[in-house]
Design a protein around this ligand. Structure first.
Ligand code: GDP
Ligand code: MG
Length: 162
């Protein structure tokens, strides 16, 4: 069984974009409309001897339940299957309440977490990334999923974790 990476985070942080980059596919639907990815998507990340599976945990946002319940469901799905969790946040938005709610759950999970700060293209990534230390999930890894920037360094991180 290949190691499984789960991509979690609130809608619109770039989970499907990273999934597509990692799997070089268009399977995961990328859109400006938050929560459009309807189901989990699985893909294989080809890394020579160390292939992984990646799971995009997008789902349907139920307005009645609210964003935190939605986020919680994603984390629960990830809980069952993941060997490593990539928790994605948006560098441009900064930390919001949903990120904090997800971070609280992830800290209790007992699985390796990598905090991924996406969308650092065109901004001062050092300053922005530093802000995310307060989520208490270790050193944030800045990436730009849409450009593939720093994604290899991100994958290198998991070799120490699994
Ligand atoms: P998801 O809801 O977390 O799956 O997010 P998506 O992958 O659908 O992306 C949401 C939006 O963010 C889309 O408009 C993407 O093009 C955009 N996006 C994703 N990654 C990046 C990035 O690295 N930089 C920028 N500037 N935009 C990005
Ligand atoms: Mg998505």
């Amino acid at each position: 069984m290949l190691p499984v990476i789960a991509l979690v985070g609130r809608p619109n942080v770039g989970k499907s974009t990273l999934f597509n980059y990692l799997t070089r596919s268009r399977e995961a639907l990328v859109a400006d409309y938050p929560g459009l990815t309807r189901d989990r998507q699985y893909g294989r990340v080809q890394r020579g001897e160390r292939d992984c599976l990646v799971v995009d945990t997008g789902g349907i946002t139920d307005d009645q339940e609210g964003i935190d319940v939605f986020a919680k469901k994603q984390v629960e799905i990830a809980l069952q299957e993941a060997d490593v969790v990539f928790f994605m946040v948006d560098a441009r938005d900064g930390i919001n309440a949903s990120d904090e709610a997800i971070a609280d759950m992830l800290r209790k999970l007992g699985k390796p977490i990598v905090l991924v700060v996406n969308k650092v293209d065109g901004i001062d990534s050092n300053t922005v990334t530093h802000d995310f230390f307060s989520l208490a999930l270790g050193e944030p890894v800045p990436i730009a999923a849409s450009h593939g920037r720093n994604v290899h360094e991100l994958l290198d991180r998991i070799d120490d974790l699994i």
